[in-house]
Design a protein. Structure first.
Lengths: 291, 300
């Protein structure tokens, strides 16, 4: 789930890469291997999508196209309430994480006191902590306080986990922004708040949108944290799918899975494309990566 | 504007110092809500896990804090040790496989991707934002005894069929599939940053492309490989979904044990002790990792 963080590393330098082609001959092994890799990467996803349209109740024999599993999914009140729960969790967690993560990024870029640096370090720890540890910790925290597990506890846990992602992406954008612009705004009579509102926020807006979309996608799909912190009813969609696939094999799960895949692909694709709409010429991947 | 210059200018202006002080205070206030959130919901909850690992389950089945080492003593038997060692073996195997799969892929995209480079990286990243659970579920249906893979094997003559699920191979394959992107991206980034003249010089020096690759390219991308090792090892060691969906009790990892203690045995103190063991293992790994990267930084 830490794809955004590592993507931070993935910055492209176009000038050298074009020259690079001529330096080495095409190693056929690496190219063929990569082609095979991409096939294997997509096979399970294609199979899920294909069998979600299967007219038979089988996961291995394809009997022609049908939308029966989608009809079943949209008429299943349990799955529908889980879908609504997941959408709600992802929306609220996105807003919460954006607010807190942006505050954190703005403060860390400008305050270099010892406590601020400590907070900066602590805020990176969730990124290198396996989700099961975060999940166990959140579960014990909530039950220790005597809180009833519900969608609220899921939302709190998801925000805690997403703040770091937002902070990393927004800090990347902030650090590439010249401090002089804000300085100039203040020289022209802006208060600190006005400079933040009218200069800094518009500049980091593409990063905020990308971070928001990514957090939505991550939280919407997240299973482990939701599994540890959810109550009984309604359960988030991923937790519901988990309990269903352990009990029975139902092609309706393929339909649910296809819808979930569509949501995340759409969000991630948007977060890649949006910087172009803002007229940034550099690679849109830089934005996901916080460049 | 350099900070020295800023300070010098600021000193000459009346009221300027006061302004910069309020500005810092403003940013200080901004830090407060996220810092408070992280301390309340993250730091303190981790401390609760550590505290409860020394606790007990009282007569009516409720967890209670304490100062007992009983949970850790309970972990010192062969059943648990087998699972610890198995988790380590699976995770290390996953890291090694990710390295051998990820390096050629990163290399081909970085050096031969041409104008499709960004599209290829996007095609690589997008599936990894799709639900991990759904992707593991997809493999479990593909690899099942009546799944498509076995059907394909049947048509080419392997009439007996091959049992994939419930084997260590399936669990490791699931982990590799789940986390290989975390290996590819840092290697790709370090290949992109690498100075092209190094390869040219290597060609002149060694003639053979293969020798150039091992003497020049691999050392120059060591930081990327190390980054990938960290990013794959951390989630792999704590995973329980792959072993749950593609494996069985004979392939359970430490994550499955933790999950069992919380949802089946209802022994939260023992589950906490298991979680602390997992955190300690990762901490030891991080210390070695940081040493290795520091050495790398000194050498270069």
């Amino acid at each position: 789930m830490a794809a955004t963080t590592i993507a931070t590393e993935a910055k492209t330098t176009h000038s050298t890469s074009r020259r690079r082609r001529s330096v080495e001959g095409k190693p056929f092994f690496a190219v063929a291997f990569t082609a095979l890799f991409f096939v294997l990467l997509y096979v399970p996803i294609v199979v899920v999508i294909l069998f979600s349209f299967n007219s038979k109740k089988s996961l291995s024999v394809f009997g022609g196209f049908s939308n029966r599993w989608y009809v079943q999914f949209f008429n299943d009140e349990g799955l529908q309430s889980s879908l609504r729960a997941s959408l709600m969790i992802a929306s609220i967690a996105m807003v919460g994480a954006l607010l807190l993560g942006t505050m954190l990024a703005l403060a860390l870029e400008r305050v270099s006191s010892r406590p601020a640096r400590a907070v900066g370090t602590v805020s990176l720890v969730p990124l290198v902590t396996p989700e099961i540890v975060t999940g166990v910790a959140a579960l014990l925290f909530f039950t220790g306080l005597g809180l009833k597990l519900s969608l609220v506890t899921v939302i709190i846990a998801e925000i805690t986990f997403s703040i770091s992602y937002v902070a990393v992406i927004v800090r990347g954008r902030l650090s590439s922004m010249s401090g002089e612009v804000e300085e100039a705004a203040r020289d022209l009579g802006c208060t600190s708040w006005q400079a933040l509102r009218f200069v800094t926020l518009p500049t980091i807006m593409p990063a905020l949108i990308a971070a928001g979309l990514l957090v939505f996608a991550l939280v919407f799909d997240d299973f482990v944290l939701a599994f540890f912190t959810t109550g009984v009813d309604p359960q988030p969609l991923s937790v519901r799918i988990y309990s269903e696939i352990r009990l029975t094999i139902s092609p309706a799960i393929n339909a649910v899975g296809t819808c979930m895949l569509a949501v995340s692909v759409l969000l991630v694709a948007l977060s890649l494309v949006i910087p172009r709409l803002f007229g940034r010429k550099d690679s849109s991947l830089d934005l996901i990566s916080g460049g | 504007m350099s900070t020295d210059l800023q300070d010098a200018v600021a000193a000459t202006l009346p009221g300027a110092k006061r302004q910069s002080a309020t500005r810092t205070r403003l940013w200080g206030w901004l830090l407060l809500p996220p810092a408070a959130w992280m301390i309340v919901f993250f730091v303190s909850s981790i401390l609760i896990v550590v505290a409860l690992s020394f606790g007990t389950v009282n007569a009516n089945g409720r967890p209670a804090f304490g100062t007992s080492l009983a949970n850790y003593q309970a972990l010192m038997n062969t059943t648990y040790l087998t699972v610890f060692i198995r988790s380590l073996v699976y995770s290390v195997t996953t890291v090694v496989l990710c390295m051998f799969i990820g390096y050629p892929v990163a290399y081909a995209i970085a050096l031969h991707g041409g104008k499709y480079k960004n599209a290829l990286i996007a095609a690589l990243v997008i599936p990894f934002f799709a639900s991990y659970l759904i992707r593991m579920y997809a493999w479990s249906t593909l690899l099942s005894d009546e799944g498509l893979v076995n059907q394909a094997l049947h048509t080419v003559g392997f009439t007996d069929g091959v049992q994939f699920l419930n084997t260590p191979g399936a669990v490791v394959a699931g982990l590799v599939y789940g986390f290989v992107v975390f290996m590819i991206l840092p290697i790709y980034a370090s290949l992109e940053r690498m100075d092209i003249a190094l390869i040219e010089a290597g060609k002149d020096l060694y003639h053979s492309p293969l020798r150039t690759f091992f003497a020049v390219t691999v050392p120059a991308t060591r930081a990327g490989v190390l980054g990938g090792v960290l990013l794959v090892f951390l989630p792999a060691l704590g995973d329980f979904v792959s072993a749950q969906l593609l494996g069985g009790p004979s392939t359970f990892m430490i994550g499955n044990l933790i999950q069992q203690q919380f949802f089946e045995s209802q022994n939260q103190p023992l589950g906490s002790a298991l979680t602390v063991v997992l955190m300690l293992a990762l901490l030891v790994f991080m210390v070695f990792y940081l040493r290795a990267t520091q050495r790398q930084n000194r050498e270069t």
